[in-house]
Design a protein around this ligand. Structure first.
Ligand code: SF4
Ligand code: SF4
Length: 387
């Protein structure tokens, strides 16, 4: 089967990686926006340093070392550098190409391998997370690596006979989000009904493959994209709820089919009426939303339609919470280090709740604060004005 148009990025190889790296003019404008450079203050923990390192490995100019590998491992994949780069360096593609080459000579660790295998099988992952939910209260604190998942599927919106007559849009459920997000999907269902469309969840869909691509396993990422393309065949609109999944899902589907749910609802905002809410919220824009799906402005506009809502940006300079795909589980100390500025900012903002549109960021933030951490669509659906 032919490869999908773009998703999990380039076929690796010295040429493509070197060509990507050659666009870098080494100006250093990306350094101030890089969270790992802010933490470590050394060139090898900066985008420019990683680009030079990856090119030198790829062309055989220097041999890989464990220390060099660690610098590449530490990259959060936030792509702040890409957004700041005046030379158009496609850092996201370069990172995947570099990790794909790295993977050919260095087997991933057991935790990474287990996470990749589980996320590629969402049903099995769901069963495991259900067991984790049951055991969570009895587990020692060090084993509670993720927040407790909610009970499976809360009562959905009652069946409305109008559903059959409305246009249909599909929802992408994801892997870990499938277990953690039943309330978010219920919220999207209510919001879709309010704008006059019916939400459906086709069977056969699987993980988006971002997690695999970003770890250099482009082959498995392409297989997952193939499965999703087949599952969503015939659907003209597929909504994504997690900004971290959006780009991979959109790239796996025909042009224009994959839509960020926030953007989709914003395009229909004229049909949404919200009740007032006197609440103070901290709004986190995930890196994947700022530098990928770019639905931050649409989200602010939607939240701005809720009278009384007091919205405070949660970014602490770089915005990245440190979750970075599997990094929050594979390297929890560094992930916590990157999260700390956001937790400090929460202490200053003192919100009633935190909003973030990416599942990984929400899980990581929720493990560091007692505040409720929600998808923004949960808040919006809760304030919908009855007809
Ligand atoms: S901003 Fe772009 S061109 Fe400048 S050092 Fe960073 S990656 Fe290279
Ligand atoms: S992706 Fe993020 S962490 Fe990685 S080099 Fe770029 S700015 Fe730094």
């Amino acid at each position: 089967m032919a490869d999908p148009p773009c998703p999990p990025l380039p076929r690796s190889g010295a040429e493509s990686l070197a060509a990507l790296a050659d666009r870098c003019v080494q100006c250093g404008l990306c350094l101030p926006v890089c969270p790992t450079y802010a933490t470590d203050r050394i060139e090898t923990e900066s985008p420019r340093g990683r680009i030079a390192l990856a090119k030198a490995w790829s062309t055989g100019r220097i041999a890989p070392t464990a220390a060099g590998d660690a610098h590449l491992d530490h990259c959060l994949g936030c792509r702040n550098c890409e957004s700041a780069c005046p030379a158009g360096v496609d850092y996201g593609r370069l990172l995947v190409a570099a990790r794909a080459e790295q993977r050919q000579r260095r087997r991933p660790g057991p935790t990474q391998r287990a996470l990749e295998a589980l996320s590629a099988h969402p049903r099995g992952l769901g069963r495991l997370l259900d067991a984790y939910r049951r055991l969570h209260p009895a587990l020692p604190a060090s084993w509670r690596v993720l927040p407790r998942p909610p009970r499976p599927a809360p009562p959905g919106r009652p069946f409305d006979p109008a559903d059959d007559a409305r246009p249909r849009v599909a929802v992408f459920e994801g892997c870990v989000a499938r277990a953690y997000e039943p309330r978010v999907r219920a919220a999207l269902d209510r919001l879709c009904a309010a704008v006059g469309v019916t939400l459906v969840a086709p069977t056969g869909q699987t993980c988006c493959g971002s997690l695999h691509a970003h770890a250099g396993d482009t082959r498995r990422a392409h297989r997952l994209a193939d499965a999703n393309r087949a599952a969503f065949a015939g659907h003209s609109t597929v909504l994504t709820l997690a900004s971290g999944c959006h780009e991979a899902v959109a790239a796996a589907l025909p042009e224009g089919v994959g839509r960020d749910a926030v953007d989709f609802l914003h395009a229909h905002a004229g049909r949404l009426r919200f009740r007032p809410l006197e609440a103070r919220v901290a709004l986190h824009l995930p890196c994947t939303q700022r530098n990928g799906s770019r639905s931050g402005a649409a989200l602010r506009a939607l939240l701005g339609r809720v009278p009384g809502l007091d919205i405070h940006p949660l970014d602490a300079g770089h915005g990245c919470c440190g979750a970075a795909g599997t990094q929050m589980l594979v390297d929890p100390e560094r992930a916590a280090l990157h999260r700390q500025p956001l937790l400090d900012a929460l202490d200053a903002i003192r919100p009633d709740r935190v909003l973030s549109a990416n599942i990984g960021c929400r899980l990581h933030l929720a493990n560091g604060t007692p505040l409720p951490v929600q998808h923004p669509l949960e808040l919006l659906a809760g304030q919908l004005q009855p007809d």
